[in-house]
Design a protein around this ligand. Sequence first.
Ligand code: NAD
Ligand code: MG
Length: 411
Amino acid sequence: MGVPFTRAAAITLSDIGERVLASPQRLTVLGATGSIGESTLDLVGREPERFEIVALTAQSNAEKLAALAIKHRAQIAVVGDERCYEDLKAHLSGTGIEAAAGEDALAEAASRPADCTMAAIVGAAGLKPTFAAARQGRRVALANKECLVSAGDVFLAACRQSGAQLLPVDSEHSAALQSLAGAERAAVERIVLTASGGPFRCWPVERLKDAKPEEALKHPNWSMGAKITIDSATLMNKGLELIEAYHLFPVGVDQLDAVIHPQSVVHCFVHYIDGSVIAQLGPPDMRTPIALALNWPERRVTPTARLDLITVGSLTFEAVDDARFPGPQMAKDALRRGGSAPAVLNAANEVAVAAFLERGIGFLDIARVVARTLEEADRRGMIRATESLEDVLAADTHGRELARTVIATPH
Ligand code: NAD
Ligand code: MG
């Protein structure tokens, strides 16, 4: 079993097209209280006349969500955790803004007519609401990478069926999209994503063993949510991004690679068959790719610091050390394995990262738990074809259960 090494692209610039959104744009932000959500609303707040906020969602921070909903005059605010409903309602009382709570309410809010949805819930929890947004057939600005990782083909089929326009928000994929402008599919030879290498780039394996959550949470260049920051330290983030790129762009798994680039200035290289390489550069500030996804095909002024190459001085590149950081290779192997393997990889990684943050396992155990969960899932015949969102959710649930068993089993 496995996936074909080269296949038709999921999207290219011509598929995304030059569809221009109406102004004001009706915008929903899923995961409004997070790092991407806040950066999105920062841009919205600078041009309020260009946006009409439909729904804002969060998991549990009712107070912050209510404040954002009031500031941006949202129609509805939704918390995922039902225990936070009363709190949300109290904070919104007298404002005329609807309050709702629970998983179904998140999906319902995501299906309210909007011209664009910023999908920025972290993890597989984002699957159902992001699918609900995609089924509207409008624009999905996709930050939630776990959705493409776990549900790749199924998610793209849903977008194709509804006619949704999918725009990547992840900086490397936004960079790839820009570097692919005008390209024929057949002219693309390789796509190389850059990785900062995280805070442990130079740590020997003996030291990595004892790395603490607070050390892993100190990203050298980017300010992000906790889960993606840990993924950046293990380099599993790059693994997830390779899977994301596989689904988004016209390349097979063997045409995808990662390179360490500690300055985080170049975000992606697209190699062409004639030897040309086109790259996109920018400051490590997500407001640049977010602005492009919201305003595509237009570029708008953003408040991000301008890149000063003289100050940066030099740009350096190194190979990924697969022995210390096996995430990218594991992700490529899961892609080759196909079926539900990437969903199981993602589920196991989410469980392992949470366990590391709770100090239940060590830093190097994160990759070990993911690898053992995949092996065990294979041995038990649990890697299957995924043809629907339900199949993906089942693979996610089984992957989580298995990962918890792996963590609980002494090795
Ligand atoms: P974050 O942890 O800062 O925010 C996550 C948001 O999702 C919050 O609003 C939170 O309330 C909500 N949320 C969490 N669990 C939820 C649940 N179970 N149900 C409903 N909502 C829930 O994360 P982030 O850094 O903003 O990242 C969001 C997504 O974007 C992730 O998938 C991440 O991989 C991706 N991404 C982030 C960055 C970045 O710079 N932060 C860059 C590229 C991609
Ligand atoms: Mg990224």
